[in-house]
Design a protein around this ligand. Structure first.
Ligand SMILES: *[C@@H]1O[C@H](CO)[C@@H](O)[C@H](O)[C@H]1NC(C)=O
Length: 360
């Protein structure tokens, strides 16, 4: 073994050399930790979709550093803290909680001067995390045909017009028009093939499809707020700026949607999907721009939609289960024999002589 050590060292150095030269060339590189994942356990009747995170306290979080999405280097990490991502499902809907520390900033009506979040999911098998699906076509040539297989599903929530604790997303008016928009709170349902070919569900370069819907709902909150019966628009900015605290963003969506044009990710219980989370923050009061966001990872993060684990523990010890039923069968056979025997003894005709009625 010792003899091979120098060889291994040389090989190792060569590999390191390759990696660093790759980075220097300015090409995209990502070393994703294979351990990371988000687990959506089955916990029915647990979550109220109101932006308040108290009901999530027993749910385990996955913690992520927030690095710039386009240039993921540790020295440019979001200074406010890590992002905690929690998820669960109730058999019908999947729920997400994003929790990130940040001083309170809010500019009513100015989305870019408020924090903002997005979720992204893989739809098409060829859709890469990098470049939002990674279709090579340009704005004037991307279509559902030329970019087939590169579809990603995006939910984007910009809170400049969203009252904390109130529900936004899919609403009867925008869904009535058959698209993924949200004119009230800008919690929109979007699909993309790459960053330049990004559309509201139902709208697109090859025509509109009025069957599309905004399938998301969500709410936001900041820990500096005083909880009371409910904010209204006039309460804006809801708290004084600059207070330390935590932002909460809470979302839900049906596991399956009625999409039939490949614009929504579809989740399956017991299977894994691929997701990512983006975060925008107006650092030093400067408005953010679209590509200036942080991301939880430089590649997809697996999202496991778990089976009901209580059902699993009941059915998994299959062999001992069948032993028990064989034993029960044996017991019932024995008791049948015993009861036949007892019955026979009780009912056995005794040798009482026959006495005809007329002789009495
Ligand atoms: C699709 O819908 C958008 C927004 O409502 C509209 O501007 C556009 O003209 C529509 N396109 C077609 C081809 O109907």
């Amino acid at each position: 073994m010792l003899r091979f050590l120098p060889l291994l060292l040389v090989l190792g150095l060569a590999l390191i050399g390759c990696v660093s030269s790759h980075e220097e060339s300015g090409e995209w590189s990502c070393e994703s930790d294979s351990e990371i994942r988000v687990e959506a356990e089955y916990r029915p009747g647990f979550i109220t979709l109101d932006g308040n995170a108290d009901d999530w306290k027993d749910i385990e979080a996955s913690e992520f550093s927030l690095l710039p999405a386009l240039d993921p280097h540790v020295e440019h990490e979001y200074q406010g803290g890590k992002m905690n991502v929690k998820a669960l499902h109730d058999g019908h809907d999947v729920y997400f909680l994003l929790q990130v520390d940040g001083e309170y900033v809010y500019s009513k009506g100015e989305n870019n001067k408020c924090p903002s979040v997005a979720l992204m999911f893989q739809i098409g098998e060829d859709a890469t995390y990098h470049n939002m699906g990674g279709c090579k076509e340009r704005t004037d040539s991307c279509t559902s045909k030329t970019c087939k297989g590169h579809e990603v599903d995006i939910m984007h929530f910009s809170i400049g017009n969203a009252i904390p604790g109130r529900l936004y997303g899919g609403n009867p008016i925008d869904n009535g028009e058959g698209n993924g928009g949200d004119r009230f709170g800008h919690l929109v349902d979007v699909y993309a093939w790459n960053p330049h070919c990004r559309y509201l569900d139902g709208l697109g370069p090859s025509g509109n499809d009025s069957s599309a819907q905004n399938d998301w709902k969500g709410a936001w909150w900041h820990s500096s707020f005083n909880v009371h019966s409910g904010f209204v628009d006039e309460d804006s900015p809801y708290a004084s700026g600059g207070q330390k605290g935590t932002y909460y963003f809470e979302f839900s969506r049906p596991l399956r949607t009625m999409d039939h044009i490949q614009q929504d990710a579809q989740f399956k219980i017991g299977e894994s999907s691929k997701m990512s989370v983006a975060f925008w923050y107006p650092a030093d009061g400067k408005p953010w721009h679209g590509s200036g966001h942080y991301s939880i990872n430089c590649d997809w993060v697996p999202l496991d939609i778990s089976l009901d684990s209580s059902m699993l523990t009941k059915s998994s010890p299959g062999s001992s289960g069948s032993t028990a039923s064989v034993f029960a069968l044996l017991l019932s056979a024995i008791s049948l024999c015993v009861s036949v025997f007892v019955g026979y003894r009780v009912l056995k005709p005794k040798s009482v002589p026959f006495t005809p009625m007329e002789n009495l």
